[in-house]
Ligand binder design. Structure first.
Ligand SMILES: [Zn+2]
Length: 274
């Protein structure tokens, strides 16, 4: 049994500010260590419940956050980027299920730590098939495209609620309760690591028992709609073949399948931010 742990940083233990997740800031090294700790707790849980193989993908920013020297030696690490499958790099390599660690709510969620969708600078909203979608939904759908269910999520209370609403009976580990976008009641690592470990044990045990939620799939073709932060971003994205622009800041595209939709969205955000 092979488990992919897809890790982001905004939903990691103790993170409440962009400074905590930005390599240029003095506080960042502390939170790299905390991110590695959250990931290690999930690795321990997955192996405890019988996983044969655990691969971790560092999905925050340039993918250079997790401290490999402190990583559980039984795991392997996908680090760096860009790579086509981005935050879930490796999900196409025979993965049985996926665990999201350190995830965050989609852009526009009230009282959610650092709520955003892919790029807080560029993306004001994302819809897939008309449904507002964040990184949880987008990445779960690409996992579903490769037949892998998401079985567990850790993050703040809103991220866990978003995942449960979208994906059904998955395990969640709440590491903080947000009072605003940059304020939360945070649980210390000793507590969150125990919660992440337990949730991972439970999730992988359910998977082994054949009781995991089904892979999350969207009906094809996929309608991708992005509202950008400003209209000049949409100007740049309009060179993508098949792009429509019903409003100044909104661009719509259609993709034959979810993998294409994932690439189209990444291309659009890259163009918008260039
Ligand atoms: Zn993110």
């Amino acid at each position: 049994m092979k488990i992919l742990i897809a890790a982001d940083m905004e939903g990691v233990t103790g993170v409440v500010h962009w400074d905590h997740v930005s390599p240029s800031h003095a506080e960042y090294p502390r939170f790299r260590r905390l991110m590695t700790g959250d990931v290690n707790a999930a690795i321990r849980g997955a192996f405890e419940a019988g996983a044969d193989e655990v691969v971790v993908t560092d999905g925050h920013s340039a993918g250079r956050n997790i401290l490999i020297e402190e990583l559980d030696p039984r795991a392997r690490l996908n680090a760096g980027g860009p790579v086509p499958l981005a935050m879930v790099q490796g999900v196409d390599a025979g993965v049985n299920a996926v665990i999201f660690v350190g995830y965050h709510a989609r852009v526009g969620t009230p009282h959610a730590i650092l709520d955003h969708t892919w790029s807080s600078r560029c993306v004001a909203n994302l819809w897939l098939n008309g449904q507002p979608t964040g990184e949880i939904g987008l990445n779960a759908a690409i996992c579903g495209h490769f037949d892998a269910p998401v079985i567990m999520v850790s993050g703040d209370e809103c991220a866990c609620a978003e995942a449960a609403e979208l994906l059904g009976s998955i395990e969640t580990a709440v590491v903080k309760r947000a009072a605003g976008r940059m304020a939360a009641e945070c649980l210390p690592p000793e507590v969150t690591h125990a919660a992440i470990y337990s949730a991972a044990v439970q999730a992988v045990s359910c998977l082994r028992a054949g009781e995991a939620p089904p892979p999350f799939r969207l009906q094809t073709p996929i309608a991708v709609a992005v509202e950008f932060v400003c209209s000049e971003m949409a100007d740049r994205v309009m060179i993508l073949p098949g792009a429509h622009r019903p409003e100044g800041k909104r661009v719509e595209l259609t993709a034959d399948d979810l993998l294409t939709a994932y690439y189209v969205f990444q291309a659009a955000v890259t163009l918008a931010g260039s």
